[in-house]
Design a protein around this ligand. Structure first.
Ligand SMILES: Nc1ncnc2c1ncn2[C@@H]1O[C@H](COP(=O)(O)OP(=O)(O)OP(=O)(O)O)[C@@H](O)[C@H]1O
Length: 383
């Protein structure tokens, strides 16, 4: 667990509103699904940021609806945290405007933005009990004791930590500490919640559970949320929309299914879903005539392997199969319900996923196969 330093303290504490002007009248949960709400609750217009010679954010334009859960996804160093911190007011921008609910907040200090933030390292006060950690922002707002107690009870119930209110952070698990950090951000009733890789420090089992819990809470409150991760599975599971970032830009924005099945270009395909990205010439033996684009992307599950041995169990083929190309299985990885094969075929090594139906269906390393493409699932790019 992280101990508070001057740095983490200022990061976290400055985000807690010092005036109640952004608080709702009713402290109880308010359901407002994204679909029923007006668009453009949060507008990012032409945001740009440099650190020295490095352009870290360029021309970031986006609109986020009230109650939407948007994930910033992208490789390390692409600018996700910088963008989140700029929205929180922890980074100064070189250019652009940030507007929340028709109010420009670009020049406002962090504590006047009505924005809550949860970090990867939860930065709780180690010498304070859970309830006092959560109370911190309310004390700064000078909320009367009776109301403070009510709101702390309510938010601890929301994150299922009522039974731990009197414990100290060192008596809690990592997942529980992160829920305290979430409660601390929620109790001041922010207009927008920003979360910077809040689950990354947790082990896989707790992470899975907390993902669901976070999403439930966000939907119950109808809270507009920006969530940073570099884990595509997490992004696909949790988000209303995903902003895929690359080199300080938003490469593609859309619903999870759209990003996964229709990447906008080779960089998007390279990051989503383990696509095989091939030059047009490399892919021609698999695709046959009728494809002349510069590059194509093939999803591992849109490739089918047909064993060449007679006794092998047959596999189903797609409705519109490509001509088929002979290959050799170089590696086989069991990923639970999926088997991932690396198949050498026509001068390239393809990643192919098959459902792990039974041991009879498993194909041996070094065995020969026919690789068949589902032509309906070929993504073509001009560069
Ligand atoms: N305070 C800073 N001073 C100088 N450069 C910085 C600073 N903060 C970030 N950078 C640089 O800006 C770029 C983007 O960093 P950022 O932390 O936003 O990326 P990220 O996508 O969140 O990465 P990760 O997933 O690894 O956290 C990186 O090249 C980083 O080194």
């Amino acid at each position: 667990m992280t101990t508070l330093t001057a740095d983490t303290l200022s990061n976290d504490a400055t985000l807690l509103p010092d005036t109640p002007d952004t608080a709702r009248d009713d402290a109880g949960p308010v359901a407002s699904p994204a679909s029923a709400a007006a668009p453009e609750y949060l507008r990012l217009e032409g945001l740009a940021k440099r650190f020295g010679e490095t352009q870290v954010l360029s021309q970031i334009d986006a609109e986020i609806a009230k109650g939407e859960f948007v994930t910033l996804l992208g490789p390390s160093g692409c600018g996700k945290s910088t963008l989140l911190r700029a929205i929180a007011g922890l980074n100064q921008l070189d250019d652009g405007r940030i507007v929340v609910d028709d109010e420009e907040i670009t020049a406002l200090p962090p504590q006047r933005r009505g924005i809550g933030m949860v970090f990867q390292h939860y930065a709780l006060f180690p010498n304070m009990r859970v309830s006092d950690n959560v109370a911190f922002g309310l004390r700064m707002q000078k909320v009367p004791q009776e109301e403070r107690r009510r709101r702390i009870d309510e938010v601890l119930r929301l994150v299922e930590l009522q039974a731990h209110a009197n414990k100290f952070p060192h008596q809690l698990s990592g997942g529980q500490c992160q829920r305290v950090a979430l409660a601390r951000a929620l109790v001041v009733e922010p207009r927008i919640l920003l979360m910077d890789e809040p689950l990354s420090a947790l082990d896989a089992r707790i992470r899975g559970h907390l993902r669901e819990q976070l999403r439930d809470i966000q939907q119950t409150l109808g809270l507009t949320t920006l969530f940073v991760t570099h884990d595509q599975e997490e992004a696909l599971m949790m988000s209303d929309r995903i902003f895929l970032m690359h080199d300080g830009r938003i490469l593609q924005q859309g619903a999870a299914e759209e990003l996964y099945t229709r990447p906008s270009g080779r960089h998007a395909a390279g990051f989503m879903g383990h696509y095989n990205v091939l030059l047009g010439d490399q892919a021609r033996p698999l695709l046959g005539d009728g494809f002349d684009s510069a590059r194509v992307a093939l999803r591992p599950e849109a490739l089918y392997l047909q064993p060449m041995t007679e006794e092998a169990v047959g596999v189903e083929l797609p409705v519109r199969p490509g001509p088929g190309c002979r290959g050799v299985i170089r590696r086989r990885q069991l990923l639970g319900n999926i088997v991932r094969y690396a198949v050498a075929c026509a001068g390239v090594v393809l990643s192919v996923d098959a459902l792990n139906r039974s041991s009879r269906h498993l194909l041996a390393e070094e065995s020969e196969v026919l690789v068949v493409v589902d032509l309906d699932e070929v993504q073509e790019f001009e560069e």
